[in-house]
Design a protein around this ligand. Structure first.
Ligand code: CP
Ligand code: NVA
Length: 307
């Protein structure tokens, strides 16, 4: 974990396989209470330009539990919302904070922030990636099956930020990943190639338009909203195209009998997932949401050299 000290997490691909496994191991120890790292006097800034419940609260609670402090610096209460250049904001916040988590639109914005700040920068969601989410997802998968060996993750829906980080994270962890999207809504081809490269032939990275083929025999069925933040105007027109990719009992019956259901949340019940599956026995949605806290606490402890 020494290698993570002072590091950024801008993309899931910033981690090595060993670092990913190290974070998941530490997260499990934090959850079990067998390790209690502390980083008193450290301050985390949350620079968020989009709404958030889970990411904002889990990062805040994680930092409090580590003995540190949190500043909620959303765009509406800072000069970020009035257009102060990223390069200027980065150089100023760098002088006050010890670590910053940023939720914004363009991946290039957090890359620019990281270029101008010497403190660690964490991607708390961009249009391209959501790496912190996938740390929690892999922890949830590992808890359900005891290890990440010989597992297949099926993601049905939009080839979005969550799909991108999930492909990269599964490839790193050696989990087979299948992503099924409607034609024209597939993941970014550059990220698909990156995932194939990261898998080093250990696991499959399969992109398809066939939701049944993706779900068949898989150990986890994962979905996310069909229109992400910033795409609200497309929400209604996407519904008919995405309908065959809904996670419902019929598609769940095609998965492995032990399969778990995942969703990063917030969910639109009746669209990407049915209410009965969300509330059903195979759903791990609330554990998955809880695991955001443990996984991000592990990440912060490693970055801040508290372990
Ligand atoms: N899953 C997730 O990132 O949720 P929030 O948008 O509520 O942070
Ligand atoms: N893909 C969704 C994830 C929300 C946590 C979005 O970007 O809005």
């Amino acid at each position: 974990m020494d290698s993570l000290k002072g590091r950024n997490l801008l993309s899931m691909a910033d981690l090595t396989r060993a670092e990913l496994h190290g974070i998941l191991e530490l997260a499990a120890q934090l959850k079990a209470g067998t390790k209690q790292p502390k980083c008193p006097n450290k301050v985390l800034g949350l620079v968020f330009s989009k709404a958030s419940t889970r990411t904002r609260v889990s990062f805040s609670v994680a930092m409090y539990q580590l003995g540190g402090q949190v500043l909620d610096l959303n765009a509406g209460v800072t000069q970020v919302g009035r257009g102060e250049p990223t390069a200027d904001t980065a150089r100023v916040l760098d002088r006050y904070l010890d670590v910053v988590a940023i939720r914004t639109f363009e991946q290039s914005e957090i890359e620019e922030f990281a270029q101008y700040a010497s403190i660690p920068v964490i991607n708390a969601l961009t249009d391209l990636e959501h790496p912190c989410q996938i740390l929690a997802d892999l922890l949830t998968l590992k808890e359900a099956f005891g290890s990440l060996e010989n597992l297949t993750m099926a993601y049905l829906g939009d080839g979005n930020n969550v799909a991108h980080s999930l492909m990269l994270g599964c490839a790193l962890a050696g989990v087979n990943v299948r992503v099924a999207t409607p034609e024209g809504y597939g993941p970014n081809p550059a990220v698909v190639n990156q995932a194939k490269h990261l898998s080093q032939g250990r696991s499959d990275v399969i992109i398809t338009t066939d939701p049944k083929a993706a779900a068949q025999g898989s150990h986890a069925l994962y979905t996310d909203v069909w229109a992400s933040m910033g795409e609200e105007s497309e929400a209604a027109s996407r519904i008919p195209k995405f309908q065959p990719y809904q996670i419902n009992q019929t598609i769940l019956d095609m998965a492995n009998k032990q399969a778990i259901v995942l969703h990063c949340l917030p969910a639109h019940r009746g669209e990407e997932i049915t209410n009965d599956v969300m509330e059903g026995p195979q759903s791990r949605l609330w554990d998955q949401a809880e695991n955001r806290l443990h996984a991000q606490k592990a990440l912060l402890a490693a970055i801040l050299n508290a372990v």
